[in-house]
Design a protein around this ligand. Structure first.
Ligand code: CP3
Length: 338
């Protein structure tokens, strides 16, 4: 095994690195040929719950693309499954909940998280640590994003049921957020204990909220999660999309890195975030363009970047399924040459 490449961990801690580290959200999966081949035989949940297969999927982008970090092949819905929620993953749709959460009684039915319910994930992490020469990122969804799937029952881009629940049944909402936050803390801690070397909290959909509502209904729970994980000692990344109006609040949590999407300029974002490291923020749709366009957009990001120290290159959201993996590999090389 070659020497351990810790550029991602050092950048996350705000330390200088010999090159800018890069990884891609959703790098382990849909855009890679090895993953697509495996999916002919197994569904997504079977892959995620079978340690040898999940480890193989997590390794593929590291070996094929040369990225500086691996992400556990899993899904945000594995946690609700561990809490007794019936979830199906439908191809080209996403997670479907058998019995969506509609009131306080449904919230009370959620089971507390037990590490024993994710034995397979711990096994995957242990297998990966034997083979990887880059850091392994564990992750969870944040409570708002998880709650939105549980309440809507299916993927949405409007979050109307979720907002109605939050405003009309505020007590049940807070109970739901507390139950999910406790579970998220246990879930992430279990991943670190098994060997995860960094953590990312995905609040993919929280950008749909007004800043004042974010502060009232969500932020205290997220602050509690990050504070509870401080003693793990691993870098913690707080990621969301559409957060340009939330960045000061977003950065008020006890974490090392803020993940940004492309709807904000990096220099403006950095001013709002302050001394924490930043990760992002190329629009993944750019990868569908020709190489000159890709390079021009990357150059723009580096121009807007106040400092290369404390910076991790990523997309602003997940790799699109249509992306050509040869272009991803070329992009990694281009970033490393900056
Ligand atoms: O995309 C994000 O916003 C990141 C957070 C997130 C994940 N899953 C993390 C993930 C979200 C919001 C989900 C929900 C989900 N689960 C969706 C999106 C539905 C929607 O609302 O649009 C889907 C399609 C799933 C099911 C799923 N998860 C599949 C089919 C796969 C494998 C192939 C793929 O699409 O990448 C996953 C893997 C997955 N979900 C990973 C992560 C971090 C794997 C690790 C990685 O490479 O990042």
């Amino acid at each position: 095994m070659s020497t351990f490449n810790d550029t991602f961990l050092r950048a996350a801690r705000g330390e200088p690195t010999e090159h800018v580290p890069v990884w891609f959200m959703r790098q382990a999966g849909r855009s890679l040929p090895g993953y697509r081949e495996l999916r002919k035989k197994y569904d997504m949940l079977t892959l995620a719950q079978t340690p040898e297969l999940a480890a193989q999927v997590s390794l593929e982008p590291v070996e094929r693309l040369g990225v500086d970090a691996a992400i556990l092949f899993a899904d945000i819905m594995l946690l609700p499954i561990a809490m007794g929620v019936g979830v199906r993953i439908i191809d080209a749709v996403g997670p479907i909940i058998d019995a969506p959460v509609t009131n306080a009684r449904d919230v009370a039915k959620l089971r507390p998280f037990e590490p024993a319910n994710i034995e397979y994930l711990q096994q995957t992490i242990k297998l990966l640590r034997k083979d990887l020469n880059v850091p392994l990122i564990g992750f969870s969804a944040a409570p708002f994003t998880l709650a939105s799937y549980l309440i809507e029952g299916e993927p949405t881009r409007k979050w109307l049921k979720t907002k109605r629940f939050m405003f009309e049944q505020t007590e049940a909402w807070n109970q739901l957020m507390e139950t999910l936050s406790d579970a998220i803390i246990g879930y992430l801690r279990t991943q670190v204990n098994a060997g995860a070397q960094a953590l990312q909290l995905f609040d993919s959909w929280v950008g749909c909220l007004a800043p004042a509502d974010y502060r009232d209904y969500v932020l205290p729970h997220v602050q509690r999660i990050f504070a509870a994980l401080a003693d793990t000692g691993v870098p913690r990344i707080h990621f969301g999309t559409d957060t340009a109006g939330l960045l000061t609040d977003f950065a008020s949590v006890d974490c090392e890195v803020i993940g940004l999407d492309w709807r904000v300029d990096l220099d403006r974002a950095k001013q709002l975030i302050g001394p924490k490291a930043i990760q992002g923020n190329l629009d993944p749709a750019i990868l569908l363009s020709d190489q000159a366009t890709i390079h021009a957009h990357v150059d723009q990001i580096f121009k807007a970047l106040p400092s290369r120290t404390g910076y991790i290159f990523n997309f602003g959201h997940g790799v699109l399924p249509e992306t050509d993996d040869a272009k991803l590999k070329q992009l990694v090389e281009y970033i490393h040459a900056q």
